[in-house]
Design a protein around this ligand. Structure first.
Ligand code: ITT
Length: 192
């Protein structure tokens, strides 16, 4: 078993989440910025809120209490225009209940949507810092194979395929945009 000190030395920051797919993408994206992210698996106690920023802020304080190392979390919402922004903060619940098929069936002509990622960083000092990444796009008419979560149905603007079918998701995604801002902050503020 590796000790806490070894873990600290091996990684620059930890990503706390219940979702391994998210971690795999976070690790690959942060590697592009020479930041090494370790996985801290945890099941966040999510507060009910209309704002995924508020959810991310609470989640990172909870994560820091548990792992006691510099940590980031991410909260994501899929906002569908014709549903007045639903599911937004309820995206996890909607995915588990009606899923991609249910969403595809719900929509008519207007299929515009936006993915929003809020990454929150906390190291126990000062207050948590938040970084946002948004990608506009459309909900596909049918599911495309591959990917995870909403990847089979979200087509980012400027592409003709869903996230599930893109080779460069990690260079264009909502997660990439939020993490690029976090990386700039981290590289500026660290003395590495
Ligand atoms: P945490 O433990 O980190 O909270 P989660 O899976 O609950 O993991 P979110 O609340 O951030 O994550 O995500 C809301 C929903 O959006 C959830 O169903 C995810 O699977 C989905 N999702 C998030 N990012 C996605 C992406 O890049 N592609 C497809 N689906 C995504």
């Amino acid at each position: 078993m590796r000790g806490v000190e070894d873990m600290r030395r091996s990684y620059d920051v930890f990503f706390a989440s219940s979702n391994r797919h998210k971690y795999a993408e976070v690790r690959d994206i942060l590697e592009k910025f020479q930041i090494r992210a370790g996985f801290f698996k945890f099941n966040p106690v999510e507060i009910q809120s209309d704002s995924i920023s508020d959810i991310a802020r609470q989640k990172v304080i909870d994560a820091y209490e548990k792992c006691k190392m510099p940590v980031i979390v991410e909260d994501v919402g899929l906002y569908i225009t014709s549903l007045n922004g639903f599911p937004g903060p309820y995206s996890s619940f909607v995915f588990k209940t009606i899923g991609n098929k249910g969403i595809v069936r719900l929509l008519g002509k207007n299929r515009n949507a936006e993915f929003l990622s809020v990454v929150a960083f906390y190291d126990g000092k000062k207050r948590p810092r938040l970084f946002e990444g948004r990608v506009r796009g459309k909900i596909a008419k049918r599911l495309e194979p591959g990917g995870w979560g909403y990847d089979p149905i979200f087509i980012p603007r400027g592409k003709d395929k869903a996230y599930a079918q893109l080779d460069d998701k990690n260079s264009v995604s909502h997660r990439y945009k939020a993490l690029a801002k976090f990386a700039t902050y981290m590289l500026q503020s660290s003395d590495r």
